[in-house]
Design a protein around this ligand. Structure first.
Ligand code: GDP
Length: 412
């Protein structure tokens, strides 16, 4: 068992991304998750979905059924950022669980199949994410498949999700020959090594320059139409600088006015690094989202993502595991230390936080405390149910919106 010294997150709040992956079953959510864990060094072996070794599939029932039943939050590090991946079930039977996961996310990757495009379940999860105002980026996966076509998938995003796709990559090669992308912001080509995980960055191949230039202009036009500062620069002359474009894409992602679209093949581990770069560049940190609201005694309250505010957290998942009864928390404000007693605002019971764990793929790492913005699992609370608010006993509140209590899930 390792113990990580608590590092105050006050200054580091903007380096946290609480991220979910949303998808229709089979679009590749598990594979994308797996490749993110692998790419960030969280795991050292690539799990394969078909042989049942994927790390986020903790549960044998889940492995057997091949669908994600139990949400698990996994922490990984990427380029000086902590990315907390909150698993959201893709199966329609678990809509409540998706709903609860959506409450605790600050941003999400929506994964689509490059052959099927937007499917009915992707549509319904997209609407749920709209209701929770979760900023999203899109990843069009399986570009290596026969019949895969980025443009058709993008058209279905525009038509069925009623959003403005902002396509930032041009694929290099089609179907089985898919081998890289042109990054339309930097106008550089990223070409993956055959069968390898690394890519080489090169000039845009001569035969693709015209097409890449055309697509860059389309991207600039789409952005200028939505973003006043970009429009001003666009109208002033020679298009948008990379910096302006990146800043505008970040703003449009956060307001939900447009969705940045990337592509790749998760199975072949192509496109996952640029995807992580986009997560860091465009999706918000806990410091960027509005304060959370709650009520107590009929009075409304707001809590900012500040470690100095009174503690408030939402329990979004409870799993009985071999390690113990894990209550997954999203901490919205304040700090909680190991050994402290907090209040379950719903039951009025005091609950002791015996251990605080950060879940890293297949390991649990003990930490001394958790602060605003964190996603952790705690051991100690015995009766806390998913949807409950845990708070400082001296500053009670129930976080909104209240949810119906769900059964505790047992993991064999
Ligand atoms: P989930 O149901 O959304 O979690 O999807 P999975 O990650 O389980 O993937 C569904 C199937 O698609 C599996 O058989 C994967 O191996 C396969 N798959 C995932 N990503 C890709 C990809 O990039 N290309 C191809 N050809 N197959 C993929």
């Amino acid at each position: 068992m390792r113990t990580e010294q608590h590092r105050p997150l006050e200054s580091a709040l903007d380096t946290v991304r609480n991220l979910g992956i949303l998808a229709h079953v089979d679009a590749g959510k598990t594979t994308v998750t797996e490749r993110i864990l692998y790419t960030t060094g969280t795991t050292h072996k690539r799990g394969e979905v078909h042989d049942g070794t994927t790390i986020t599939d903790f549960d044998s029932q889940e492995r057997d059924r091949g669908i994600t039943i139990f949400a698990a939050a996994v922490s990984c590090s990427w380029a000086g950022h902590r990315v907390n991946l909150i698993d959201t079930p893709g199966h329609v039977d678990f809509a409540d669980e998706v709903e609860r996961a959506l409450r605790v996310l600050d941003g999400a990757i929506a994964v689509f199949d490059a052959v099927a495009g937007v499917e009915p379940q992707s549509e319904s999860v997209w609407r749920q994410a709209d209701r929770h105002a979760v900023p999203r980026i899109a990843f069009v996966n399986k570009l290596d498949r026969a019949g895969a076509d980025l443009d058709t998938a993008v058209a279905s995003i525009r038509e069925r999700l009623h959003t403005v796709p902002l396509v930032v990559q041009l694929p290099i090669g089609r179907e089985d020959g898919f081998r890289g992308v042109v990054d339309l912001l930097r106008m550089r080509a990223l070409v993956w090594a055959d069968g390898g995980d690394t890519y080489e960055e090169t000039d845009v191949p001569v035969e693709l320059r015209e097409e890449a230039g055309r697509r860059r202009r389309l991207l600039e036009e789409a952005v200028a139409e939505l973003h006043p500062a970009a429009l001003e620069e666009f109208c002033a002359g020679s298009g948008l600088a990379e910096r302006t474009l990146a800043g505008a894409l970040r703003d449009l992602t956060r307001t939900g006015e447009g969705v940045v679209v990337l592509c790749g093949s998760a199975y072949r581990n192509r496109g996952v690094e640029p995807l992580l770069e986009a997560v860091v560049a465009y999706l918000p940190s806990p410091a960027d989202v509005p304060p959370v609201r709650g009520t107590w005694g009929g009075t409304e309250q707001e809590r900012a993502a500040d470690p100095a505010e009174p503690f408030a957290a939402l329990a979004f998942k409870v799993n009985a595991t071999a390690t113990g009864r894990l209550t997954y928390l999203r901490v919205y404000s304040g700090t909680v230390g190991k050994g402290e007693t907090v209040l379950d605002a719903g039951t009025g019971r005091g609950e002791r936080v015996g251990r605080i764990l950060r879940v890293q793929a297949d390991r649990h790492v003990d930490v001394d405390s958790a602060v605003a913005g964190d996603i952790v699992a705690v051991i100690g609370p015995r009766t806390v149910r998913p949807g409950a608010t845990l708070c400082a006993p001296g500053a009670p509140l129930v976080l909104e919106p209240p949810t119906v209590a769900d059964p505790v899930v047992s993991v064999a």
